[in-house]
Ligand binder design. Structure first.
Ligand code: ZN
Length: 270
């Protein structure tokens, strides 16, 4: 079973303009030719994932304003009820006074995890420990955007040091640091995060990281804690899979990376 652990889709009505806004955000500070490989909708995502041979894609919504929480999580719930090959995490805004109550509610509704994006949400990752602690108490997975973000100038709001502080304070948290531990901060990841209990996904790294460094990080960290993720629509999952296949990783380990580890976090037995 192939599981893409890091994808995005937006409600039909706002998909086109969200994609456009995100691309223009990047073009303000970067020359990178950011391209979308879907139209931003759930059906567009499902289509691209199916063509790449992916069985299940995890959608990671991000609440950028507490007022959106109700709507974003309703859409997430509907995605999961449709049982169509997409599984959505929930989202909360850590600065929302109701953040902890929202986590309780999402846990009760059966959500397996939440996604946080300190750049979009405007805070530093190690500031909201009590919110994460509650998610950990419910056994939820907490995915962080980690490292630099192509649409925001440095300093990064989630760094390897901040991630270390979080796991130090909440040792049993199931924490996923997206973008192989911290985007564009991979020397620091190799030095500080390899061997820790933090999961890394592989989203949006294929065109930015040196292959031998990617392989070293994966092998030294341990294939048990690596999750195939593409960041679709920002990277085609077929491209991410080609990249992973080109790293000369043991087939058994590749199997874990491409689905088995994710199935464990999602509680899917197969
Ligand atoms: Zn992403």
């Amino acid at each position: 079973m192939i599981i893409d652990f890091h994808t995005h889709a937006f409600p039909e009505k706002i998909a086109a303009r969200t994609i456009e806004a995100l691309i223009s955000n990047v073009s303000r500070i970067s020359d990178y030719p950011m391209r979308n490989c879907t139209d931003g909708t759930a059906s567009g995502l499902l289509d691209v994932e199916k063509r790449a041979g992916v069985d299940l894609a995890v959608v990671l919504p991000i609440v950028t304003n507490p007022k959106q929480t109700e709507t974003v999580n309703r859409v997430a719930r509907e995605t999961n009820e449709a049982n169509c090959g997409l599984y959505s995490f929930g989202s909360i805004h850590p600065a929302d006074p109701d953040a902890i109550a929202w986590i309780d509610r999402l846990a009760k509704e059966g959500f397996k995890g939440i996604k946080l994006h300190p750049e979009f949400q405007g805070y530093y990752a190690d500031e909201m420990i009590e919110v994460y602690r509650r998610a950990a108490e419910h056994g939820m997975t907490v995915v962080f955007h980690a490292g630099r973000d192509i649409g925001y100038p440095p300093p990064a709001k989630t760094t390897p040091d901040m991630l270390l502080r979080i796991v130090d304070k909440i040792p049993d948290i199931k924490l996923v640091a997206a973008h192989l531990g911290s985007w564009m901060m991979w020397d620091e990841v190799a030095a500080k995060l390899c061997g820790t209990p933090i999961y890394f996904d592989t989203a949006f790294i294929a065109d930015f990281i040196d292959k031998s460094l990617a392989r070293d990080i994966i092998v030294n960290h341990g294939a048990d804690k690596i999750l195939f993720g593409s960041d679709c629509p920002w990277e085609n999952p077929a491209h991410t899979l080609d990249f992973l296949n080109s790293l000369d990783i043991d087939p058994n380990d590749l199997n874990k990376i491409c689905g088995k580890n994710a199935a464990g976090l999602l509680g899917i037995e197969k």
